[in-house]
Write a protein that binds this ligand. Sequence first.
Ligand code: ZN
Length: 198
Amino acid sequence: MDLYSGYINKLIEALASLPGIGNKSAQRLAFHMIHMPVEDVQRFANTIVEARTHVKYCKSCFTLTDDEICPICANLNRDHKTIMVVETTRDLAAYEKTAKYDGVYHVLHGAISPMLGIGPNDIKLKELMVRLQEDVDEVIIATNSSLEGETTAMYISKLIKPTGIKVTRIASGVPVGGDLEYIDEVTLLRALEGRVEL
Ligand code: ZN
């Protein structure tokens, strides 16, 4: 038996398909939206569509940005010969918050996971190798310390080693399995400063 209208059920289903939103939260959000003024709902929906259609990958580091080249890559005061490899744009944001790193980034948008069927070709790895044909001094691998993050770090270091470019891995002060974005700035800085050559 359908307790609610078909429209509400559809809305609950759509919301529940989002990560971290269980059925209870989806119901709460759906009923909240139903009671919002129509203009507010319209604005909200537009914001989602606008973000989805306008946000793109930076042509250099592949972070998410509104421009062809992100503000970090466009900044000539940054050290473009040091590239920090991170899994997500959120990880990049975490390191940017420390305001102590002045190199540039490369965002993989994922990590290698044989269990989930995610291989090297499913993340922005080829794009990283293309960048390394330019003048690069060091690649800092800052993938998560999860199994996937470590697998990815090992894979990348093996790939880069033959090029002679210095490859380092952030120190393992970062809790195992911890997403970089949830780690405080002091820990992130310590991990960066304590990085070891692979
Ligand atoms: Zn960029």
